[in-house]
Design a protein around this ligand. Structure first.
Ligand SMILES: Cc1cc2nc3c(=O)[nH]c(=O)nc-3n(C[C@H](O)[C@H](O)[C@H](O)COP(=O)(O)O)c2cc1C
Length: 143
């Protein structure tokens, strides 16, 4: 089934221990209900998220995310149709910034803002082929 994929980046605001767990808990609950899958790359100075699913649900979810005051400078990087999901088993996977993505210095110099839409999409394509960094064991169904 064709889906829409949307990628944005933003800067965490007021980040604290537990903030990520709060975000993931709500995201996984709502996304499970809305047939949305994806992954959230997170570091203290970067959020980068791919949402995929039915167009109307992805659009509505992104509208809520845009209003969220736990991050600022939300920049839409890519939105387009895809033949298949990249993260079919994840209502929201979570990954740290990997060493092959961007260095701290490159991020500080605006590497994400300077990346093309295709480069951003390729980050998630590559990530989807790699095991989860936390080593979480798969269970039946979506996580
Ligand atoms: C970085 C980030 C990622 C988020 N990802 C999702 C998500 O994938 N799905 C979702 O429903 N909400 C996500 N949220 C939470 C939404 O912004 C919002 O708080 C939540 O959907 C509940 O919205 P409501 O209070 O208007 O009902 C995310 C928030 C942040 C800051």
């Amino acid at each position: 089934m064709r889906v829409v994929q949307l990628i944005y980046a933003s800067r965490p605001f007021g980040f604290h221990d537990g903030a990520l767990e709060d975000i993931l808990a709500v995201a996984r609950y709502r996304n499970g209900r809305d047939d949305i899958t994806g992954t959230l790359i997170c570091r203290h100075d970067l959020f980068m998220q791919l949402l995929e699913g039915p167009r109307a649900k992805v659009t509505a979810t992104f509208a809520r995310i845009l209003r969220d005051d736990r991050h600022v400078e939300v920049a839409l990087l890519w939105c387009g149709d895809a033949a298949a999901r990249l993260f079919p088993d994840w209502s929201m996977r979570h990954d740290p910034v990997r060493s092959w993505m961007w260095s701290r210095a490159a991020l500080a110099e605006g590497a994400v803002a300077g990346a093309t839409a295709e480069e951003c999409r390729q980050v998630f394509v590559r990530l989807s082929r790699e095991p989860v960094a936390s080593g979480r064991v798969s269970e039946a169904g979506r996580h």
